[in-house]
Write a protein that binds this ligand. Structure first.
Ligand code: NAI
Length: 534
C-alpha cells in the first residue's frame, strides 16, 4: 500500500475523520483538508447533500459514491437514517437504478460471473480480493423486482440487499459479496441498448443454464467454505428448481420464495391481532402465483397445519389467481409450483369474480400488475369483511396492485393494508392512516445473521416460522392502533436482531447449528453486529 491507498480503500478510509496522528502515520498529511471531523459531522454533510439532490436516482448515485469512498460513513448514514435512506439504497429507487444500470455505471462493485467464463469460474472467484466472505447475494437478473428480465442490469439488487444486511443486521461489509451471474438476457431491448454492459446473448436455459449455476455454487463453496448463498430475483422458471436442487446440499435460501413467506405470515398474524380472528379461519386469495405468493401460500399452509388443520384443509384455504385466471386443476400445462394449490373449480378469469367466488378474508397481490386491485375489487373485499386484509406486495411502487390511498378510499378506511414499497400516510375523512411496509427486508438480514451466528449447515423451515413469529411480535400496540402491521423502518435493526435470535434458536432446536449455544443468545448475537464506527 502506498500512502494514498488508504484514502482509496473504502473499508479503511475515514477521510476528514483521520486524526493528525493517523494522517502522519499513513503519510497523508496535506492530502486532506486540515479540519478533523467527527463521523457525526461527516454524516451531517452527507445528509445535507443528499437532501439537496433533485431526484431519487440522483440521491442513489450520491449515496453510491459515498459508499465507494468510505463504507463506514455510508453505513453510519444509513443506520442512523433508515427511514430516509432505505427507500433510496433499496426499493423503490433501486428499481430505477437497475433500469438505468448500464447508463449510470461508473465504477465496479461486487463480482460479475458470466457464461463466458464457463469452465473457469473458480478463477473468477479467485480474483475477489478477500478470503473471508460470509454471505453472497447472487442474481441472474431474470426477474428484477416487478420489472422483468434486466440481465446484468440487475446487479443493483444484490448490492442493495447486502447494504441492508450490513445496515440492519450488522454483517461486516468486508464479508459481503454481491454477485451478478450473467447467463445472457431474454430481454431484446436490454441486449440492444448500446450502453448495455452484460453479455449480449440470449439467456441460457435448460441443462446449460443449470450447469452454469452448479459451477458457480461449487466454486463459491470451494473459494469461501461455508458461505451462505442467497438466491435473489431469479425468474420462477428457474427459482423453484434451483432451491430444491441446492437447499439440502448447501447453506442457501431463496429470499423471494422463503423470506417473503415469513414476512407475509408475520403481517397476517399481526393483522389478526386487529381483527381478533384466528389464522385457522382465514381464506386467502393470492393474485399472482409466482415465487412470492407461492412462497407465502406454502408457509401459511404449513402454519395452518401447525394449528391442527390437515395438509389438504390447509392448502384449501389458499386460492391462487394468475395471468390465466383462477388456478384450477383442469388447466393444461400448469407450472409445477402451482400444482399443489390447483383447485377443482369452474374457470374464473376476472379477479372481481374470483373475489365473489372465494370470499377471501385476505387478498395478497404479488403479480407486478399495477392497478389490478380496482375500486370494485377493493369494495367487494370491504363488503365481505369488516376489516379486509389487503397486501399489495409488488415492487417497485409503480408496480403495486393498488396504492395505499386507493385501498383506504375504496374500503371506507377499513382495509388493513400493507405494501412492498413504502407509501406516505393517507389522510381520509379526518383520520390519518399509516401503512406498514410488507417487505422481506424485515426477514432476510436477521435470518442471515442467525445463520452466521450459529454456523447453521442448512436453512430449515422452522427458522422461517421462528422469524415470522419474531417479526409479528415486533409490531406493538401503537403500530396496530394506527393500522400498521409491520414495524416502522426506523426499527429495522432491532427487528433484525429479534429475527436473528429466533432463527438461531430454531437452528439449535433442529440440530443444524455447528457453533456451541451461548448462554445468552440475543446478547451474543448483538455483540457480533457491526456498528459502523471508526
Ligand atoms: P413471478 O414472476 O414469480 O410471479 C408473478 C406472477 O404474477 C405469476 O404467477 C404471473 O402469472 C402473475 N401475473 C402476471 N400477470 C398477471 C395478471 N395480469 N393477472 C394475474 N396474475 C398475473 O414474480 P414474483 O417473484 O412472485 O414477484 C412478483 C412481484 O412481487 C414483483 O413485483 C416483486 O417485486 C414482488 N415481491 C415483493 C416482495 C416483498 O417483500 N414485498 C418479495 C418478493 C417479490
Amino acid at each position: 500500500m502506498t500512502n494514498v491507498d488508504i484514502l482509496r480503500e473504502p473499508l479503511r478510509n475515514r477521510g476528514t475523520a483521520f486524526t493528525p496522528e493517523e494522517r502522519g502515520r499513513h503519510g497523508v498529511t496535506g492530502l486532506l483538508p486540515p479540519r478533523v471531523e467527527t463521523i457525526d459531522e461527516q454524516v451531517a454533510r452527507v445528509l445535507a447533500n443528499l437532501r439537496a439532490k433533485p431526484s431519487a436516482l440522483e440521491k442513489y448515485l450520491y449515496l453510491s459514491t459515498v459508499q465507494s469512498e468510505n463504507e463506514t460513513l455510508f453505513f453510519r448514514t444509513v443506520i442512523d437514517n433508515l427511514e430516509e435512506t432505505v427507500p433510496i439504497a433499496y426499493t423503490p429507487t433501486v428499481g430505477e437504478a437497475c433500469l438505468q444500470w448500464s447508463r449510470i455505471y461508473l465504477r465496479p462493485r461486487g463480482l460479475y460471473v458470466s457464461a463466458r467464463e464457463r469452465g473457469c469460474i473458480d478463477a473468477v472467484l479467485a480474483n475477489w480480493p478477500r478470503d473471508d466472505v460470509a454471505i453472497i447475494v447472487v442474481t441472474d437478473g431474470g426477474r428484477i423486482l416487478g420489472l422483468g428480465d434486466l440481465g446484468a442490469n440487475g446487479m443493483g439488487i444484490p448490492i442493495g440487499k447486502l447494504a441492508l444486511y450490513v445496515a440492519c443486521a450488522g454483517i461486516d461489509p468486508a464479508r459481503c459479496l454481491p454477485v451478478m451471474l450473467d447467463a445472457g438476457t431474454g430481454n431484446a431491448a436490454v441486449r440492444d441498448d448500446p450502453f448495455y454492459l452484460g453479455l449480449r446473448t440470449p439467456r441460457l436455459a435448460g441443462d446449460e443454464y443449470d450447469a452454469l449455476v452448479d459451477e458457480f455454487v461449487v466454486a463459491a463453496q470451494a473459494r469461501f467454505p461455508g458461505v451462505l448463498i442467497q438466491f435473489e430475483d431469479f425468474a420462477n422458471v428457474n427459482a423453484f428448481r434451483l432451491l430444491a436442487r441446492h437447499r439440502e446440499r448447501i447453506r442457501c435460501f431463496n429470499d423471494d420464495i422463503q423470506g417473503t413467506g415469513a414476512m407475509a405470515l408475520a403481517g397476517l398474524c399481526a393483522a389478526l391481532r386487529i381483527t381478533g380472528a384466528r389464522l385457522a379461519d382465514q381464506r386467502l386469495l393470492f393474485f399472482g402465483a409466482g415465487e412470492a405468493n407461492v412462497g407465502i401460500g406454502t408457509l401459511v399452509a404449513a402454519a395452518l397445519e401447525r394449528e391442527g388443520l390437515s395438509a389438504a384443509e390447509a392448502r384449501g384455504r389458499c386460492w391462487f389467481f394468475d395471468s390465466q385466471g383462477l388456478v384450477t386443476r383442469d388447466r393444461s400445462a400448469l407450472a409445477e409450483h402451482k400444482r399443489p394449490f390447483a383447485r377443482d373449480h369452474p374457470p374464473v378469469t376476472a379477479l372481481l369474480d374470483a373475489v365473489e367466488a372465494v370470499r377471501p378474508t385476505a387478498l395478497v397481490g404479488a403479480s407486478g400488475q399495477p392497478g389490478a386491485f380496482t375500486a370494485p375489487v377493493l369494495a367487494a373485499m370491504a363488503r365481505l369483511n369488516a376489516r379486509p386484509i389487503v397486501f399489495a406486495l409488488s415492487n417497485p411502487t409503480a408496480k403495486a396492485e393498488c396504492t395505499a390511498d386507493e385501498a383506504y378510499r375504496a374500503t371506507g378506511g377499513r382495509a388493513i393494508f400493507a405494501s412492498g414499497s413504502p407509501f406516505p400516510p393517507v389522510a381520509l375523512d379526518g383520520r390519518t392512516y399509516f401503512t406498514g411496509q410488507a417487505n422481506n427486508s424485515f426477514v432476510f438480514p436477521g435470518l442471515g445473521l442467525g445463520v452466521l451466528a450459529t454456523g447453521a449447515t442448512r436453512v430449515v423451515d422452522e427458522m422461517y416460522f421462528a422469524a415470522a413469529d419474531a417479526l409479528a411480535a415486533q409490531v406493538d400496540a401503537q403500530d396496530l392502533a394506527c393500522g400498521r402491521i409491520f414495524p416502522p423502518a426506523t426499527r429495522m435493526r432491532e427487528v433484525a436482531l429479534a429475527v436473528a435470535t429466533a432463527a438461531a434458536g430454531a437452528a439449535y432446536d433442529k440440530g443444524v447449528a455447528t457453533v456451541p449455544r451461548p448462554a445468552d443468545l440475543a446478547a451474543h448475537i448483538r455483540q457480533s453486529m457491526y456498528a459502523a464506527r471508526y
